[in-house]
Design a protein around this ligand. Structure first.
Ligand code: PEP
Length: 259
């Protein structure tokens, strides 16, 4: 197995007030470091707070005071201009974000984001030196029809249109079956592995084996401390993207200590 660093990512969505967000970042770092044996070089932990909290997270983490990575939950496909309410990759980069989520199912569903727009957002992320975490995954009807692999790979291809092999080497893909997000319904480890292997094979077709081996593939959908280890033990699963359970420091820290 290629030496891919596991990534444990927490998507806070539109939750917590500012003081709660600041407290959560601090408590998470303390909880991880309390364990003494937490090896930050081995497992990367990242949080995705609301954009209005990023400046404070930057201050808390600055100079490696806390060993956490962080990123934005979304970015504009544009760099600047008359785009009221949007946040550019340049803004996120100035806040020292390492990552940005692209095409989360809530953006795709609630805001109607297409694969074409996601591809432009992935390009914008790379333009500004951010690592995109591209989210893909099928809804319940597609899963029930048994066409989930084809559906998800089509989303993947569409959302990566125009991305070079060089850029793709640092890509992170999050497979998040929509029916498992926030529902308590978790895909089995074998489902996560099936899709992750299919995604890696598709990346190999698109970019070659060397690049495909480097891409980290995460699973997301009702991940908790109780089910994380089994999912993370799968060969092609390199991390998890966690929603609800990332709002509790202890629970999220336990996911990060998945062994
Ligand atoms: C998510 O929003 O990316 C997610 C996986 O949410 P949850 O863990 O709450 O299902």
């Amino acid at each position: 197995v290629y030496d891919r660093q596991p990534l444990i990512a927490g998507n806070w969505k539109m939750n917590l007030d500012h003081a709660e967000g600041v407290a959560l970042v601090q408590k998470l770092a303390w909880t991880l470091d309390d364990a003494k044996n937490f090896d930050h070089a081995r497992v990367q932990v990242a949080v995705f707070p609301p954009a209005t909290d990023l400046r404070s997270v930057q201050t808390l983490v600055a100079g490696d005071k806390l060993k956490l990575a962080y990123g934005g939950q979304d970015l504009s496909d544009q760099d600047s201009g008359a785009f009221t309410g949007d946040i550019s990759g340049a803004f996120l980069k100035k806040l020292d974000c390492a990552f940005v989520l692209v095409g989360h199912s809530e953006r795709r569903t609630i805001h109607g984001e297409s694969d074409e727009l996601c591809a432009r957002k992935v390009a914008a992320a790379y333009r500004h030196g951010l690592t995109p975490i591209l989210c893909v995954g099928e809804g319940l009807e597609v899963r029930q029809a048994g066409t989930h692999v084809d559906y998800t790979l089509e989303q993947l291809r569409g959302s990566l249109a125009g991305v070079s092999a060089e850029d793709a080497a640092s890509l992170v893909v999050a497979y998040e079956p929509v029916w498992a997000i926030g529902t308590g319904e978790v895909a089995g480890p074998e489902d996560a592995q099936e899709m992750s292997a299919a995604i890696r094979a598709e990346l190999e077709r698109l970019y070659g084996e060397e690049t495909a081996r480097k891409v980290r593939i995460l699973y997301g959908g009702s991940v908790k401390a109780a089910n994380a280890a089994a999912i993370l033990a799968e060969r092609d699963v390199d991390g998890v993207l966690v929603g609800g359970a990332s709002l509790k420091a202890e629970e999220f820290a336990n996911i990060a200590r998945f062994e």
